[in-house]
Design a binder for this molecule. Sequence first.
Ligand code: APR
Length: 235
Amino acid sequence: MATSKQLTISVFSGAGMSAESGISTFRDSNGLWENYRIEEVATPQAWAKDPDLVTAFYNARRKNVLAAEPNEAHQAIAALESFADVQVITQNIDDLHERAGSSNILHLHGQIRMAKSSGPNQEKAYYPIEGWELTEKDLCPDGYRLRPHVVWFGEAVPAYEDAAMMLSKSDVLIVIGTSLQVYPAAGLIHFAEKARTKFIIDPKADELDVPTSFEKVNTMASEGMQQIMEWLKKR
Ligand code: APR
């Protein structure tokens, strides 16, 4: 039977969470969007125009994720479960929170190791991808080509309402490794109205646009999580 703990912590993570695992962020210098054009690889129009190019882009991302390991920050977040109810809401499509041992993870932008139909009814079923490669021969039962299970620019974020609900219940919010540039995801931090304490961990935290109620931890994810663990232990 699931037990309920007295403290509820929400973690809202972005690409910087996995940077120390060797996965590129999007908007840092030499980030993914400096080397690829969003319109060519991450929109429904891109898929309609050149599904092979889009598939190749995500195959490369998947290969990278499969070779990566969770870092100390992922592990620290999993360890929070020893004393708190923890909900991870991630914009990341990698599975490093899962592999670190977190139990409750909501993927706002999909999961790179899963595929879905490119036809109608895309959210009907998700199919695990064996290994790193999705090809033009991989089809859904209705005969449509499989596409990566990721939310592209211009697409709805089906898990948004659930995420907002979870955040509204948290006592502590930890935002980590996100530039908060992409909506609607970035707006979710405003749902944590009940949270007594809110942290944002990011080496560029000082430059990020968050309400003054946030405590800025200007470090990388692993160092920042270490500081927060110590803070939590004292309380
Ligand atoms: N630890 C913590 N934060 C870091 C680290 C690190 N080691 N390295 C970089 N960062 C920070 C950067 O300073 C930046 O603020 O991580 C943030 C990464 O921002 P983005 O690259 O914009 O990534 P993210 O916010 O997750 O992007 C949101 O955009 O393209 C889409 O769908 C994609 O989910 C993604 C969304």
